[in-house]
Structures are given as structure tokens and as C-alpha cells.
Design a protein around this ligand. Structure first.
Ligand SMILES: [Zn+2]
Length: 280
């Protein structure tokens, strides 16, 4: 045993010594090298997120520089939405048309001639009249109204699908009334309206003005049950800088039960949820 072991021990010792003797002395790292190393490491840590897009790399880094308190996840999500650029820049056509997942905001638009498939009218039992939603959303909304009624609550649709031209006139009038800057905080430019998807619905309780919907019992009920019917609050309070719109207690968007429940549990806006889990 000893005879076999000894040569190996000598070789090992020699190898160890040579490594020690011939290794270069460590050079002092320059400030520039250190900075580069840190930046590279940070950049790499962002890459681990499934929603990281390599084509947005320089935008992530620039946005991070300006928003040092934001988490890496938020940096990536917000840049993916387009929030590192002013509203209505780098706009692109909304993908996933005619699904409950269509994202329309100040960066994703619908073409002038886009008309959702299967638009159906809501009867006056459930609306103000002359209101249309995509069938899947309409059926879900009808069930919601019926179930709310069982608890003596009145919910009705006051506006749902709005075509491009309708929105064009609406926005134009708001601009004349309040100026572009203010109008942009509450009204979508034509093509950029959630209402053109046929999946969005504004509601009231037929008594209180829709602007004060959040003071009603119906609003409280909506906050507790909307996700069971596939609806979410599209423009929540405190998320104005992400949605690009002021808080709207009356505007609901159909996304399907599964995603509505996940959005409610996560506390994310649809824009953020979309970038994290729907966008591919
Ligand atoms: Zn609305």
C-alpha cells in the first residue's frame, strides 16, 4: 500500500508547489474594472426573470439609473409596458385580438377598423340600453348583475363597446373642454381605448353618479365578487403611474375568471400582469 501511495503523494505535492510558485501575483482591480464587474453582475441578475427581453437591455439599465428604489422585477415590467418612454411613444398593435387577454393602453392600440367578434347587445334589464359587449363578457356580466340583484343590489352597464370614431369624438370634446394634458389623464385617444376591445364596461347603480360609484354598496360587492365573473378593476387607485389613467371605480374589464382571480390576489394592474405572465 505504502509503495503505491508515495509516488502519488510526491506528484501531488509538486503540482501544488508549482501552482503556488508560478501563479501571478494578483493585480489591484481598477475602479473602472470594479464598476464594470458590478454592472455586469447586476445585468445578469435581471436576466433570470422569464419576462426579461434582451432587446430592452439598455432601456432596463437606463431606467434603473433613474429609479434606484424600484426592484429589478418592477424595472423590467415597467420598461416592457413602455413606461420608460412618454405615453403614446413606441406604440404597437395589440396582440391576442379577440381573446379576453387583449391589452390596450397608451402603448398598445387597436386599428381604426378593428371590430371585436361576437359583439352582443345587453338587454335593458342589465344596462342603460344600446350597450354592446363581446358575448363571453356579456354572459359573465349578466350573471354578475343577476347575482347582485339577489342581494338587493342594482348594477347596470352605462357604457361598454365604443368604436374608434365614437372615441375620436369623445376624446376631441374632452380636449376642447379641458386641454390635452388633462384629457389624457381620463380619456383614451382613439384606438387606445379599452372600450374598443368590447371587453370593458362602465357601471353604476342607477342612482349615484358613476363618478362616485365607490361610495355605493354595489362597489363593495364588486370588490368582493367581480373576479368570480372574470372582471377586474382596470384603473385602480394608486396605480395611476402604471395605467396612465386616474382611478376609475366604475370601469371594469373582462379577462376571464382564472386571470381575474390571479390579478386580484397579486395586486397587480392588468398591464403588469400581462407583461409578467401573458406576454411571451
Ligand atoms: Zn370606461
Amino acid at each position: 500500500m505504502k509503495k503505491v501511495f508515495l509516488p502519488f503523494a510526491i506528484i501531488f505535492l509538486l503540482l501544488f508547489l508549482s501552482l503556488f510558485l508560478f501563479s501571478k501575483p494578483k493585480e489591484e482591480e481598477t475602479k473602472e474594472e470594479k464598476k464594470e464587474k458590478i454592472e455586469k453582475k447586476q445585468e445578469n441578475t435581471m436576466k433570470k426573470y422569464s419576462f426579461y427581453k434582451s432587446e430592452n437591455e439598455s432601456r432596463y439599465l437606463a431606467y434603473k439609473q433613474k429609479n434606484k428604489t424600484l426592484s429589478e422585477e418592477d424595472i423590467i415590467v415597467r420598461v416592457n409596458i413602455g413606461l420608460d418612454q412618454p405615453y403614446y411613444t413606441n406604440t404597437q398593435e395589440a396582440p391576442l385580438l379577440n381573446t379576453p387577454y387583449t391589452l390596450v393602453n397608451k402603448y398598445y392600440y387597436l386599428r381604426e377598423d378593428f371590430l371585436p367578434d361576437n359583439l352582443e347587445e345587453l338587454s335593458e334589464e342589465y344596462s342603460k340600453g344600446g350597450i354592446y359587449l363581446v358575448k363571453e363578457a356579456r354572459d359573465a356580466f349578466v350573471n354578475l348583475v343577476i347575482d347582485a340583484k339577489k342581494e338587493n343590489l342594482t348594477i347596470r352597464a352605462i357604457s361598454a363597446y365604443r368604436g374608434y370614431t365614437y372615441q375620436e369624438n369623445l376624446y376631441h370634446n374632452y380636449v376642447l373642454q379641458d386641454g390635452i394634458e388633462l384629457a389624457d389623464t381620463y380619456s383614451a385617444r382613439p384606438g387606445f381605448s379599452d372600450h374598443q376591445t368590447g371587453l370593458a364596461v362602465d357601471i353604476d347603480n342607477a342612482v349615484v353618479n358613476y363618478n362616485n360609484f365607490d361610495t355605493t354598496k354595489e362597489f363593495t360587492w364588486m370588490m368582493e365578487h367581480m373576479e368570480d365573473y372574470g372582471f377586474i378593476l382596470r384603473y385602480p387607485k394608486g396605480k395611476e403611474n402604471i395605467t396612465g389613467y386616474r382611478y376609475e371605480s366604475w370601469h371594469y374589464r373582462y379577462v376571464g375568471c382564472d386571470i381575474a382571480k390571479k390579478i386580484k390576489a397579486s395586486g397587480l394592474t392588468f398591464d403588469e400582469y400581462y407583461m409578467k405572465y401573458i406576454d411571451s
